[in-house]
Design a protein around this ligand. Sequence first.
Ligand code: NAD
Ligand code: WQD
Length: 348
Amino acid sequence: MARSKPVPSTVLVTGGAGFIGSHACVELLDHGYEVIVVDDYSNSTPQVFARVERLAGRFVGAVYELDLRDRQALSAVFDRHPIDAVMHFAALKSVTASTRQPVEYYDANVGGTTALLHAMQNHGVHRLVFSSSCSIYGDAGSGPLDESTPAGPTNPYASSKRLCEEILADVCRHRPEYTVLCLRYFNPAGAHPSGLLGEEPRGTPDNLMPYLAQVAVGRRERLRVFGGDYPTRDGTAVRDYLHVMDTVEAHRVALDHFGDSAGMRVYNLGLGIGSSVLEVVNAFSRACGRPIPYEIAPRRPGDVAELVADASAVNRAWGWRPTRDLADMCRDAWHFQRLNPNGFARPA
Ligand code: NAD
Ligand code: WQD
């Protein structure tokens, strides 16, 4: 029997070629949504869509290569498609690069978001799921952080995400027709269990898990562990890693909850379990069956000692919780890397 169309039924996915966006496309297609994508491929490749469609057994409705800040091109996308809701993943995401290029980060992340809001406003689209980040909490101290933790971003990337949150909150405060679900991800990691989709950033990975995977597959010599002198159980920084499949499942569940109430709602997405860098290295070594060479290096500017979520609010609100653990993330990230030692360039 044909599945009845979900409401909302057509979702615009910005940054849909990227790590989380590409997994979100599969999740949405699997659940009967029409998917329209915009991406400028600044950190991704269009080759990913053949894999998205192979996994979903369906076509993406349309894919547009454009920079969100190209307002005319973005407006034309809204003209052409009956968009019900937007998942806004498109952004620059490197903490390190943001300290070198703060202007570019504010322009892309804040300017990209206001350009999107303009297009939504002009086309009567008022439902948005926004990709925020645990980095907005900054150096908030140890212990699980809930959504009431005061923001204290420590780098331009995190500040740009916090500014977007403030803009979205203001829009919702003054325009009651908007509903924004702001999801503060802790550290998404892992890959699609098929090995067809995963994290394949352009250039040298900034994030821990793709870097580890590239060391394991022989593309890089060793991991540099940034900081061995943090006040943590083994001196390395502690983060809350969340499987990308859980991350995108939460986004799909979010679409069922726009109608709960208007305005902006903010939820942490995390497992609520902290893992140190060395614990992740060990878990990855177990997954790939070989030791990962590493050296302790100086701390990375802008990093903090510990970020762990109290992610109970999303469970109370939507009855949703993540189901995959760090071992699952390492297994799936390794499976993807092993099948795609050179990324998406060659067929899996
Ligand atoms: P990603 O870099 O893999 O994906 C982002 C996508 O957006 C890329 O395909 C890129 O080409 C595209 N893009 C960037 N700027 C654009 C622009 N101006 N116009 C059109 N497309 C543009 O990153 P990701 O890991 O998938 O992250 C997705 C979102 O989640 C980002 O907003 C990021 O800040 C946020 N986030 C990610 C993490 C994480 O650890 N991956 C954690 C917290 C928040
Ligand atoms: C994790 C830990 C590093 C690489 C940031 C944002 C977050 C999210 C993900 C954007 C840290 C250490 C890393 C390496 C290492 N945002 N590390 N050697 O910095 O926790 O989070 O990126 O997309 O919102 O704040 O993630 O994966 O870069 O680092 O030792 O080569 O691994 O110092 O402690 P981070 P990460």
